[in-house]
Ligand binder design. Structure first.
Ligand code: SF4
Ligand code: FES
Length: 359
């Protein structure tokens, strides 16, 4: 098969973060500051990515503003011709840093929103005063005319607040709202029982997003990640393994997706040891689940196999115990009853939030 060049690179600059969100999808074992890539190595990664044909660079974390060299990294990426998107909680940004980032060529900001009021947002984020600081930085972003997307991770504890979330996105001048229902990877799996949306919430969120997208057409665009445990078919995770994007984590390990390190039999290489291009095109880990040849039945003979690529490999491992299995979310999966069981267990219990422990 012909392997396409990646379109997007997610650069997890650091796992350090002032917030402690229970829904964090970063791994349980996070990378410490002492093993983070230095400025020069990150810049080399960006240059390699641009050479490969990558168009979009997502500067992420943890909280990328925890890196003092964020402005230098942004400038280098912009000079390399990459479209730069800063994925941030806003904590650690100041008007002065925003000015410097804008001067460095930052193209877009994606600001997370944990809730629509201080009580809820600060409780979910585990950071007192975070909501007010976030609102202030959202205004600063708007003042500068930087395109803004609000990213709202939605779950059982804030889904009933979706209407207000949408209003806030409009008030803050966001161009897009990402309504991202929680995905259970990494730390978030500890909080499945506390965060799993109910069936009623799942139905309501679809209708609310569809109605708001019609009502606000031309004002606010929507990206919607539905709660897939309630779905009949899985999502095309990462648009298919090794087909559209790659992640580089703080210590330089290159991954096909956020949770790939949970698959124990795969070995992931580092940018310090091999070129990004070699890793993308030639490494066994990136080729393990590329395309459709690796698929078992029922995916192999399914009409949706080039739509969802058999779903999420990490979810297949976590629920079915086999990364090469059909994603158990799929109604055709022999393990689908395990998803039903997980749903019933999770929504039947009220659990306290378990906050992320920072490295
Ligand atoms: Fe997707 Fe496989 Fe289910 Fe078909 S059987 S819908 S390819 S996960
Ligand atoms: Fe790894 Fe979906 S998160 S394939």
């Amino acid at each position: 098969m012909t392997i396409p060049a990646p379109i997007a690179l997610l650069a997890e600059l650091t796992h350090r973060c002032p917030l402690s969100c229970p829904y964090c999808s970063n791994p349980l074992e996070m990378v410490r500051k002492s093993t983070e890539l230095d400025t020069g190595t990150w810049i080399d990664v960006f240059l390699q990515a641009a050479d490969m044909g990558v168009l979009q660079l997502h500067l992420s974390g943890g909280e990328p503003a925890s890196r003092r060299d964020l402005e230098d990294l942004t400038r280098a990426a912009s000079n390399a011709g990459l479209y730069t998107n800063l994925i941030t909680s806003g904590i650690g940004l100041t008007p002065r840093r925003l000015d410097a980032l804008e001067a460095a060529g930052l193209d877009h900001v994606q600001l997370s929103l944990q809730g629509t009021n201080a009580e809820l947002a600060d409780r979910i984020g585990g950071y007192k005063g975070g909501f007010e600081r976030k609102l202030a930085i959202a205004r600063d972003i708007k003042e500068r005319g930087l395109p803004l997307t609000l990213n709202a991770v939605m779950h059982r504890q804030n889904l009933d607040d979706l209407d207000r979330t949408i209003e806030m996105a409009v008030e803050l001048g966001a161009r897009r709202l990402e309504v991202a229902c929680v995905q259970f990877h990494g730390w978030a799996t500890k909080n499945r029982a506390a965060l799993m949306p109910t069936r009623e919430q799942t139905e309501a969120v679809k209708q609310t997003v569809a109605a708001a997208a019609r009502r606000l057409s031309g004002i606010l665009a929507f990206d919607f990640v539905p709660p897939d445990y309630h779905a009949d078919y899985p999502k095309a995770c990462m648009g298919g393994w090794g087909s559209a994007g790659l992640n580089v984590i703080p210590d330089g390990t290159v991954l096909p997706c956020h949770a790939a390190q949970s698959i124990p039999h795969l070995t992931f290489e580092k940018v310090q040891d091999r070129s990004l291009s070699d890793i993308w095109y030639k490494s066994p880990a990136f080729n393990a689940y590329r395309g459709t040849d690796w698929m078992p039945e029922p995916c192999r003979s399914c009409e949706r196999k080039t739509i969802d690529f058999g779903g999420c490999r990490c979810q297949a491992l976590a629920i079915a115990g086999d990364a090469a299995a059909t994603d158990p979310v799929c109604v055709k999966s022999k393990d689908h009853d395990k998803v039903r069981q997980l749903l019933d267990d999770a929504t039947a219990r009220e659990e306290n939030l378990i906050y992320r422990v920072n490295p």
